[in-house]
Design a protein around this ligand. Structure first.
Ligand SMILES: Cc1cc2nc3c(=O)[nH]c(=O)nc-3n(C[C@H](O)[C@H](O)[C@H](O)COP(=O)(O)OP(=O)(O)OC[C@H]3O[C@@H](n4cnc5c(N)ncnc54)[C@H](O)[C@@H]3O)c2cc1C
Length: 398
């Protein structure tokens, strides 16, 4: 296999890499994916998948399988942490389909990964090589190439889809390291009948995405696994630099402290002895290049890992995959096509990242600013709150 002339070479089989493989194969390309892990295991917990992403998943033939376990929530509801009082509600469900032309879903990450993998396994044009770490890339020769422990592979394009701590990005010399932003995501999946979640479920609908706001943290709660479990993720600031990794176990006292004095249904979540996983949030430098004219493109977190406050990291990775395949297909001029793709994607991704920063600012407002926020949000109709999101969820640029 070392000499196979694969056309598209992808490092990483996360959401970005698997989506890119499907998008390119659907357009007739041969694709080889090289994934460091021996087995693709579940990392993370829940994912919100907005219509800009599910539209693409539908075209890739992945949506039907995903819908078997995903939940289609009826609304995003903002609530105050002090009393769980409702501040605002953005309708989803049928209203989202009608307005944005595709469903808004919440899913377990493993279920999305499995649906993508099943679609990949049905595609003759894609070969997936697990347990293969990309160790080097070569953009100097006549064809771009990557190197794994089983040798050198040449193709038309190398795609770095190897996540926030991307080796390909470092090897390309395009950017420095990703940066820790001083926020930690604490996450846990509760069985829907777990005692510690019952008090909360009495307040938050089991069919909604609930964002619970406080000046020193926010928490997102939503159902996954056909409603048999709840994904709970809380974000707290920290000054402490943390080790990099997806699933650090250990002391969740910063979360316990943040929840002190909040509504009892919230603080109950951290007092049942259950384990929370800490997920330090790292972001990439969004100004750094995402492509090289000689045949390299970075996609997903490898290009633009962003704070998760707009819940768009996986969605923009899926968008990257679809737009890159469509931009390159039929183009004989790789350099021009990559340049156009980068310009268009950067414009969109920067806007999405700004939305995330805005959410963080508004959700963590304190004192009079929080009172003002609640007042303004209460005066806005659900329709007008939805219209704010048309550019994001209604996007169909692939
Ligand atoms: C707390 C939290 C909540 C989030 N919630 C949402 C949400 O609700 N909605 C949403 O859209 N996004 C969300 N995100 C963001 C989303 O999880 C990421 O943006 C997305 O998973 C990135 O996918 P990726 O494929 O680019 O990277 P990854 O999922 O990290 O995949 C990279 C793959 O590359 C492999 N790899 C690494 N190095 C090498 C190498 N050298 N050679 C070969 N393979 C390699 C890895 O093993 C891995 O399989 C959230 C993120 C966080 C932290």
């Amino acid at each position: 296999m070392g000499t196979e002339p694969h056309r598209i070479l992808i490092a990483g089989a996360g959401v970005a890499g698997l989506s890119a493989a499907l998008c390119f194969a659907q357009r007739g390309a041969q694709v080889a994916i090289f994934e460091r892990a021996l087995q693709l295991e579940e990392v993370g917990a829940g994912l919100q998948l907005s219509p800009n992403a599910t539209r693409i998943l539908s075209r890739l033939g992945v949506l039907d399988e995903l819908m078997e376990t995903a939940v289609e929530p009826d609304a995003v509801v903002l609530r105050r942490a002090e009393d769980l009082h409702e501040i605002a509600r953005v309708p989803l469900g049928r209203a989202a389909r009608a307005r944005w032309g595709a469903p808004y879903l919440v899913s377990h990450r493993a279920d999305l990964q499995r649906a993508l993998l099943n679609a990949v396994s049905k595609q003759d044009r894609i070969s997936l090589h697990t347990g293969m770490s990309v160790e080097d890339i070569d953009l100097e020769g006549p064809s771009p190439a990557l190197v794994t422990q089983s040798g050198r592979k040449e193709g038309r394009l190398v795609i770095g889809a190897d996540g926030v701590w991307s080796t390909v990005r470092s090897l390309s010399g395009k950017t420095g390291q990703s940066r820790f932003i001083g926020q930690v995501a604490w996450r846990r999946t509760f069985s829907a009948d777990a005692q510690s979640v019952q008090a909360l479920v009495r307040f938050v609908s089991s069919r909604s995405v609930t964002a619970i706001l406080h000046s020193s943290f926010h928490m997102i709660v939503y159902p996954v696994k056909s409603g048999t479990a709840f994904n709970v993720v809380a974000f707290t600031p920290t000054r402490r630099e943390m080790a990099t990794g997806w699933s650090l176990k250990g002391d969740h006292s910063p979360l316990t402290k943040a929840l002190e004095g909040t509504f009892s249904a919230l603080s109950a979540l951290v007092h049942d002895g259950g384990e929370w996983l800490a997920w330090p949030i790292h972001v990439a430098d969004l100004d750094a290049p995402w492509s090289a004219p000689s045949g390299l493109a970075l996609i997903g977190d490898a290009a633009h890992a962003m704070s998760p406050f707009a819940a768009q990291g996986a969605a923009t990775a899926i968008e990257d995959a679809a737009t890159l395949a469509s931009q390159l297909s039929g183009s004989d001029n790789l350099e021009m096509a990559l340049q156009r793709w980068t310009i268009e994607r950067r414009r969109r991704v920067l806007r999405v990242a700004r939305r995330g920063a805005f959410n963080q600012f508004v959700w963590h407002a304190r004192g009079p600013a929080a009172i003002g926020r609640d007042l303004v949000l209460r005066l806005r109709s659900p329709e007008s709150l939805m219209s704010d999101l048309d550019w994001l969820y209604g996007w169909d640029g692939a």
